[in-house]
Design a binder for this molecule. Structure first.
Ligand code: PNS
Length: 164
C-alpha cells in the first residue's frame, strides 16, 4: 500500500489545495490530508472547522481521508505508515523553504517528499491572500469551494462586528 500525506494549515482550504489532493490521490493508493493543529494565534478557522471543511471538499475522492495532527509531521507519518509527503510548488520562491523542510523531514524519518507543480490557474493562490482579499471585499468566489466561500464571508462579518 503506497500511502501519502498532504499536510497543511488549510485556513481555509482553497481550490489549489484540492487540485493537489486530487492529483496525489491518482498517484497513491491512499492519501491522508493532515491538518496541522499546532497552536497559532492567527487562524481564522478552528482546527475542527478546517478539518470539517476538508472532509466536505474531499468527499468525492474515494481514497482520501482527512485527519488532524499536532507535533511533528514525521511522527504522524511514522504512526500512520506514510511513505511520502506531497507538497504543491507554486513558484521558485516556494522551493527554498520546501527543500529545507523536505531534507529535515528525511533526516528525521524514512519519508520521501514529492513535489507536485501547482496547476497554472492556481499558481498565485494562497489561503493568506484569499483571506486578505475577502476581508477587503474582493471577490474570491472562484478560488475556494462555494461552502468555504460562505463560511469565509460569515466569519469575516462576525469578526468585523466583534471588532466594531
Ligand atoms: O499550509 P502550511 O502552513 O504551509 O503548512 C505547514 C505545515 C503544517 C505542513 C508545516 O508547518 C509542518 O509540517 N508542521 C508540523 C511541524 C513540523 O513537523 N515541523 C518541522 C518541519 S521540517
Amino acid at each position: 500500500m503506497r500511502r501519502a500525506v498532504c499536510p497543511g494549515s488549510f485556513d481555509p482550504v482553497t481550490n489549489g489545495h484540492i487540485d493537489i489532493v486530487q492529483r496525489a490521490s491518482a498517484l497513491f493508493d491512499e492519501v491522508v490530508v493532515a491538518v496541522g493543529v499546532n497552536k497559532s494565534k492567527n487562524r481564522l478557522f478552528s482546527a475542527e472547522e478546517r478539518i470539517e471543511m476538508l472532509r466536505e471538499a474531499c468527499a468525492g475522492f474515494d481514497n482520501v481521508r482527512v485527519d488532524g495532527f499536532s507535533g511533528l509531521l514525521t511522527d504522524f507519518c511514522t504512526e500512520n505508515g506514510i511513505q511520502a509527503i506531497v507538497k504543491g510548488l507554486r513558484a521558485v520562491s516556494d522551493f527554498d523553504y520546501e527543500l529545507q523542510m523536505a531534507q529535515m523531514n528525511a533526516s528525521l524519518t524514512d519519508v520521501e517528499t514529492v513535489f507536485v507543480p501547482t496547476s497554472p490557474e492556481y499558481s498565485f493562490l494562497a489561503s493568506s491572500l484569499v483571506k486578505e482579499v475577502a476581508m477587503f471585499g474582493g471577490d474570491v468566489s472562484a478560488l475556494v469551494p462555494a461552502f468555504v466561500h460562505r463560511a469565509l464571508t460569515e466569519r469575516l462579518a462576525e469578526r468585523a462586528t466583534a471588532e466594531g
